[in-house]
Write a protein that binds this ligand. Structure first.
Ligand SMILES: Cc1cc2nc3c(=O)[nH]c(=O)nc-3n(C[C@H](O)[C@H](O)[C@H](O)COP(=O)(O)OP(=O)(O)OC[C@H]3O[C@@H](n4cnc5c(N)ncnc54)[C@H](O)[C@@H]3O)c2cc1C
Length: 405
C-alpha cells in the first residue's frame, strides 16, 4: 500500500487526469450512524447510498482511497457476473442471471451519471477466443494443435453466450477482426479505476467523514477499533474484497484471497495508433488488455497459468506472471504490426474468490455486514453488493439470489 498520493508502480496513477485528494487519519474516538470499512469502489458506493438516506457516515481505509484492487485493476466495466452470463444461468437460473446482468448495466449508467463520460468511457468490450500468436515464445508466432483445440472450445462457448444473450434481449454482437473472433458487447465501458475512486471520494468527502491511513484492527457490533481511536456506530459495513478473510477470519472458507497482476506500457508508437479499440479479454477472461486515452497498453492476466502460486495475500508482482503479461502485450502489438511498447509499470493486488462464484453479502455479527468475493470482477458488482449490504444492515432487506449470504 502506498503512503498517499500516486504509487510509482501503478500505471493508472501516472494519469495526469487523476484529481488527487487526501483525507486525514482519524484522530481519536468518534461516533456516526454507520461506519464503512474500506474506501474502494464498493465502500464509496455504500457511503453514497448512506448519505442519500440522510445518515451520518464515517469511512476509513487502512491506506489511501482505492489502496487495494479498486485502484489497481484492469478498468473493465463489463455487464454480468464473474462467470459468463449463460454459465451463471446454468447454475442459478436464467431469471437470476439476467436480473444480475441488467443490474450491472444500470451500475454503468449510474457511474456515468455521477462521474461523466470522460471518466466512464462507453466504448463497449470484446471477448475473443484466444489472442493471435502464442506469446510465450517470440520465435513461434503460430498456433499448434492444442491452441487450436482450445480456441474451438472457446468459440463454441462464445456461440452459447451469444445465443443466450440474444434470447434474453441483452446487447451482444459478433466480433471478427485483427484481434481474433468472438463477441462485442456494446453497452460495456472502460475507465481508469483511480479516477473513478478519487471522483467519488471528492464527491462524498464533504458530507461524510473519510479517514485514510486508519486501519480497523477489530470489528465488533457497534464499534470499530482502529489504531487511531474507536468508532461507535449502530451499523458497520465492511467493504473489503481482497484479504477479507484475514480481516474477518470467520469468513475463512467462504471467501479466499488471490493475487492478480498487471503491467502498463509507454504510449504505442506511432502515436495515436489505436491498437485496442476497447477493453479486450481472451482465454476465458483470464487475459485482458485495454489501451488508455494516452495510448498506453494496460494489460493483466496469467493467473490460470500460475494458480497455486497466486493463492496468496502477497501483493507483489512476480517474474513468471509478468513475463506472461509481456507476451500478451507482444501479441497484440504484433497483430497491429507495431513494435511492442516498453513496459513502464508492474503491479499486483488482492481480490476475493468464493466457492460458487457468487459475491458475498453477509451479516457476520449483529449490525456488521460484509461484502466481497467478487471473483475478479468487482468494479460493478462491488458497488451493487455494497448497496445490498446497506439495505441488509439498515432495512433488514434480504439480498437477491445472485449473492451468497
Ligand atoms: C489486477 C486486477 C485486475 C482486475 N480487473 C478488473 C476489471 O477489469 N474489472 C472488474 O470489474 N474488476 C477487476 N478486478 C477486481 C476489482 O478490482 C475488485 O473486485 C474491486 O476493485 C474490489 O473493490 P472493493 O472496493 O470491494 O475492495 P478493495 O479494492 O479490496 O478495497 C478495499 C479497501 O479496504 C482497505 N482495507 C483493507 N483492510 C482494511 C482494514 N483492516 N481497515 C481499513 N481498511 C482496510 C484497503 O486498503 C482497500 O482500499 C481486478 C482486480 C485486480 C487486482
Amino acid at each position: 500500500m502506498s503512503a498517499g498520493g500516486p504509487d510509482p508502480t501503478v500505471g493508472w496513477d501516472a494519469d495526469p487526469g487523476v484529481a488527487w485528494q487526501e483525507f486525514a487519519p482519524l484522530a481519536g474516538d468518534a461516533t456516526a450512524d454507520v461506519c464503512v470499512v474500506g474506501l474502494g469502489g464498493s465502500g464509496l458506493a455504500a457511503i453514497g447510498d448512506l448519505l442519500d438516506r440522510g445518515l451520518g457516515v464515517i469511512g476509513i481505509d487502512a491506506g489511501r482511497v482505492a489502496a487495494g484492487a479498486a485502484g489497481r485493476n484492469g478498468g473493465f466495466l463489463l455487464g454480468g457476473p464473474a462467470q459468463a452470463v449463460h454459465e451463471f444461468a446454468a447454475t442459478f437460473g436464467a431469471d437470476v442471471a439476467v436480473a444480475f446482468y441488467r443490474e450491472t448495466l444500470r451500475e454503468i449508467d449510474r457511474l456515468e451519471t455521477l462521474l461523466g463520460d470522460d471518466v466512464i468511457l462507453r466504448v463497449g468490450s470484446i471477448r475473443v477466443a484466444g489472442l493471435p500468436g502464442r506469446g510465450d515464445d517470440d520465435d513461434d508466432d503460430h498456433d499448434d494443435d492444442d491452441d487450436d483445440a482450445a480456441r474451438q472450445r472457446e468459440l463454441a462457448d462464445c456461440d452459447a453466450q451469444y445465443a443466450f444473450m440474444r434470447a434474453h434481449d441483452l446487447a451482444v454482437e459478433r466480433y471478427d477482426g485483427p484481434l481474433g473472433t468472438g463477441l462485442y458487447f456494446p453497452r460495456d465501458a472502460a475507465m481508469n479505476p483511480v479516477r473513478r475512486a478519487m471522483g467519488l471520494a471528492a464527491r462524498y468527502g464533504a458530507r461524510a467523514r473519510l479517514h485514510e491511513h486508519t486501519p480497523a484492527i477489530a470489528i465488533r457490533p457497534g464499534r470499530v477499533e482502529t489504531l487511531n481511536g474507536v468508532i461507535h456506530a449502530n451499523s458497520v459495513i465492511v467493504a473489503v474484497d481482497g484479504r477479507l478473510d484475514a480481516l474477518l477470519p470467520h469468513l475463512d472458507g467462504r471467501v479466499r484471497t488471490t493475487r492478480l497482476q498487471m503491467a502498463a506500457t509507454a504510449a504505442v508508437d506511432p502515436p495515436g495508433r489505436a491498437v485496442l479499440p476497447c477493453p479486450v479479454y481472451a482465454n476465458w477472461g483470464y487475459d485482458y488488455l485495454q489501451q488508455d486515452t494516452a495510448g498506453r497498453i494496460v494489460a493483466g492476466g496469467g493467473r490460470d497459468r500460475f494458480v497455486d502460486a497466486e493463492w496468496t495475500a502477497d501483493q507483489r508482482p512476480t517474474a513468471p506472471v509478468q513475463a506472461w503479461i509481456d507476451g500478451l502485450i507482444g501479441r497484440v502489438a504484433r497483430a497491429a504490426l507495431i513494435d511492442a511498447p516498453r513496459v513502464t509499470h508492474r503491479w499486483a493486488a488482492s481480490v476475493g474468490y468464493t466457492p460458487d462464484s457468487r459475491p458475498l453479502v453477509a451479516e457476520v455479527d449483529r449490525g456488521v455486514v460484509a461484502c466481497g468475493g467478487y471473483c475478479g470482477t468487482g468494479n460493478l458488482v462491488g458497488p451493487i453488493a455494497a448497496r445490498t449490504a446497506v439495505a441488509l444492515a439498515i432495512d433488514g432487506a434480504a439480498p437477491p439470489p445472485y449473492f451468497a449470504t
